[in-house]
Design a protein around this ligand. Structure first.
Ligand SMILES: [Zn+2]
Length: 181
C-alpha cells in the first residue's frame, strides 16, 4: 500500500491513516489523510477527492483519545499526551508530541458562557446554603465568594476550553466551505 501512496513522501514516512478513496478503488486518487512523523500532518486528502468527508468521519471516529479525557487532562485532542496550553489559558501553536497544529481551534465565547452558567449555579447555591445554615455576617460572604469564585472560574475555564477544543476536533466542526476548496 505504501508503494501506491508513497509518491512524493519522505522516505520512512509511516502511514497511519488512508483516505477512503483508496478503499473504494480509486487508486489514482488515493492519498494520505494523516501522516507520521510529527510535522507531516495533512488534514485533507492530498488529491482532494470528493470522498474526503467520509474519510474524515472514519478518521475522527477511530481517534483513541476521548474528548472528555483530553478536556480533563488539558492535553492535545489527537494524542492526549502533548500539553494544550502554553500558559494558564493561552493556547500553544502546535502539539509538542504529535505536531497537531492548533490553528483550527475556534471555541469563541463557548468556554466563558458555560463557565458563567455553571458558576452562577454553584456560587449562588453555595451562598444561599451558607446563609441559611450558618447565617454569617455579610463580610464573610464577600471574602468567601470573592476568593472561591475566581479560583473556580479559572479551573473551570481550563477544563471547558480543553473540552470544547477536543469536541471541535473530534467532530471536525469548522466553518462551511465550498466543496471545491
Ligand atoms: Zn498531540
Amino acid at each position: 500500500m505504501s508503494g501506491v501512496l508513497g509518491q512524493g513522501l519522505p522516505p520512512g514516512t509511516e502511514i497511519d491513516r488512508v483516505c477512503l478513496c483508496l478503499r473504494l478503488g480509486g487508486r489514482r486518487k488515493a492519498a494520505l489523510d494523516f501522516l507520521k512523523p510529527p510535522g507531516l500532518v495533512a488534514a485533507t486528502c492530498f488529491q482532494r477527492c470528493r470522498l474526503m468527508s467520509k474519510a474524515k468521519n472514519s478518521w475522527t471516529q477511530s481517534t483513541s483519545v476521548s474528548p472528555i479525557y483530553a478536556g480533563l487532562t488539558v492535553t492535545c485532542p489527537r494524542c492526549g499526551k502533548g500539553s494544550l496550553l502554553q500558559t494558564f489559558l493561552n493556547l500553544r501553536e502546535r502539539c509538542s508530541v504529535c505536531g497537531l497544529n492548533y490553528k483550527f481551534v475556534d471555541t469563541g465565547d463557548g468556554p466563558a458562557v458555560f463557565a458563567i452558567f455553571i458558576l452562577g449555579f454553584l456560587v449562588l447555591g453555595g451562598a444561599l446554603w451558607v446563609e441559611f445554615n450558618f447565617e454569617p455576617p455579610l463580610w464573610v460572604h464577600v471574602v468567601l465568594w470573592g476568593v472561591v469564585t475566581p479560583i473556580l472560574a479559572l479551573g473551570l475555564l481550563r477544563f471547558l476550553k480543553a473540552t470544547l477544543i477536543a469536541l471541535q476536533y473530534y467532530h471536525r466542526a469548522e466553518e462551511g466551505r465550498l466543496s471545491d476548496d
